[in-house]
Design a protein around this ligand. Structure first.
Ligand SMILES: [Zn+2]
Length: 268
């Protein structure tokens, strides 16, 4: 952290006079994300054994590419990278929102579950992280808080629109694709391809409700068998079926959700 140094716990960091208001807000967003997951799904540290997530401020790469996660750590920049691309629409002063914090925190948890040598499947880790954020917040639009509010009172953009509701007045940063065939086609961008994962969980939510779909999602995240190779489509589809346990109706709903996006092809 250039020129700031170790700030200690979130409570200690929030008392520091060396932080900008944006940095203070970023810490608060991550604290809210952690508290939300604790309440909703029993979050107990990135390793399920009490390990805290670290937040790095003023990280140069995040300043140009946006927030990113690595083992144990979420990185944010000194300004919002989106504001460099769309200065009329994005807010330079917002470094992290609760939904983006949930997405990045999921990556930290996923990395903690994977064997050290595993190569993460980008599309799967992105789609799972998006699903975590939309279930925890109850909002299918991601990252709209990083954009300004337009004359119509709606955010002027978002990072991704996953529910198709178009709650923003501007275009999302990234499009999503939601079929397994397209997601696994050569050259598919990993955040876009993650749309097949979030779409499968959104289909499940439509049949079993948000709470049950979210519980199943977290059963998969906590299932080490889903991450042994860094996340494969076959492991994901099998872990979703395994997560249904002995609940036959839920298994039927999982199978229908997998079929709705073509992800059932990964079972063969
Ligand atoms: Zn991500």
């Amino acid at each position: 952290m250039t020129g700031v140094g170790e700030l200690g716990t979130a409570a200690q960091a929030l008392r520091s006079k060396r932080l900008t208001p944006s940095e203070r807000a970023a810490i608060e967003a991550l604290v809210r994300a952690v508290a939300l997951l604790h309440t909703r799904v029993g979050y107990a540290g990135v390793d399920d054994a009490g390990a805290a997530v670290r937040l790095i401020l003023r990280e140069p790469e995040a300043g140009t590419g946006g927030p990113w996660a690595t083992m144990g750590t979420i990185n944010v920049g000194a300004t919002n990278a989106l504001a460099k691309r769309a200065p009329q629409r994005a807010r330079a002063d917002v470094l992290l929102t609760v939904d983006v914090a949930l997405h990045e925190l999921t990556h930290v948890i996923q990395f903690a579950k994977m064997p050290a040598a595993a190569t993460p499947n980008g599309a799967i880790v992105e789609g799972m992280a998006d699903a975590v954020a939309i279930f925890a917040t109850g909002d299918d639009t991601l990252g709209e808080g990083m954009y300004k509010t337009g004359p119509d009172g709606r955010p002027m953009g978002s990072v991704r629109e996953l529910g198709g509701a178009h709650r923003t007045s501007g275009a999302p940063l990234g499009v999503v694709i939601n079929t397994y065939a397209q997601a696994t086609a050569p050259g598919a961008e990993e955040h876009a391809a993650g749309g097949v994962v979030s779409a499968t969980f959104i289909a499940l939510r439509a049949s079993v409700g948000r709470e049950t779909a979210e519980r199943l999602l977290w059963n998969v995240i906590r299932d080490a068998g889903a991450w042994s190779a860094g996340g494969t489509w076959s492991e994901l589809a099998r872990a979703m079926r395994r997560a249904a346990g002995t609940d036959a109706a839920l298994l039927t709903a999982v199978d229908a959700a997998l079929a709705s996006t073509g992800l059932n092809a990964a079972l063969r």
